[in-house]
Ligand binder design. Sequence first.
Ligand SMILES: Nc1ncnc2c1ncn2[C@@H]1O[C@H](COP(=O)(O)OP(=O)(O)OP(=O)(O)O)[C@@H](O)[C@H]1O
Length: 240
Amino acid sequence: MSAPAIRVSGQAEIGGAPLFGPLDLTLEPGGWTCLLGPSGVGKSTILRLIAGLDTGATFTGQITANGGPLAPSQLAYMAQDDLLLPWRSVLGNVMLGAELRGQKAERARAEKLLSDVGLTAHSDKRPAALSGGQRQRVALARTLMEDRPVVLLDEPFSALDARTRADMQDLAFGLLAGRSVLLVTHDPAEAARLGHRIFVLESHGLAQMPTPPGAPLRAVDDPALLTAQAQLLQHLRRKA
Ligand SMILES: Nc1ncnc2c1ncn2[C@@H]1O[C@H](COP(=O)(O)OP(=O)(O)OP(=O)(O)O)[C@@H](O)[C@H]1O
């Protein structure tokens, strides 16, 4: 699977007021690009624009994959809300994408993913019977099930306890190897651990931040990661 180079160049406004940009964001082809920034600055809007979904913003610019159009079939998108269908079982939600496309869902693969996210015992339950963190893991499994070259993740680990968060980062990083991943996160440690490229979105543009030396997935106790994490937090606090 060859992952395209995704580029977003342009600016957005809401109700006539600038939201972000002008900016020029190129995702790491086949790697993880992490996007941080203050609440409301437009991070989710960028994800939704790339996904071709409605936003409240008017975007002027271009979004390209290897210089051409990005087809919806190239991407998987995990929204901030889990968007689980309440009347389907957990397993049924993980298999939803294939069924919506009229394809036969790979049940064994869905069951393996549910095992990977630690939810085998919950596979027959309805989403309402799960905790917020469990629901988020179902949504992650559903996204990983899609097997697409471009993956957009909007705060996918935000509801997880620290240990599960590290485990799910490991899992997602392994299963998404070779994909172009755009991760929106509020967690500097997460960005420093996972990012091939790290950006902070600010109202006037985009700041590229240094990544720690060494390839992701970085060890959580790597001193260089801890330094990068602290620098990122300082940058975010200065901007606030
Ligand atoms: N459908 C919509 N209609 C109108 N305005 C919207 C809509 N969706 C988002 N906005 C506004 O657009 C701005 C950017 O929202 P967005 O969700 O992209 O921010 P964000 O950086 O992802 O924030 P957070 O970190 O809190 O998730 C916000 O001011 C928000 O109120």
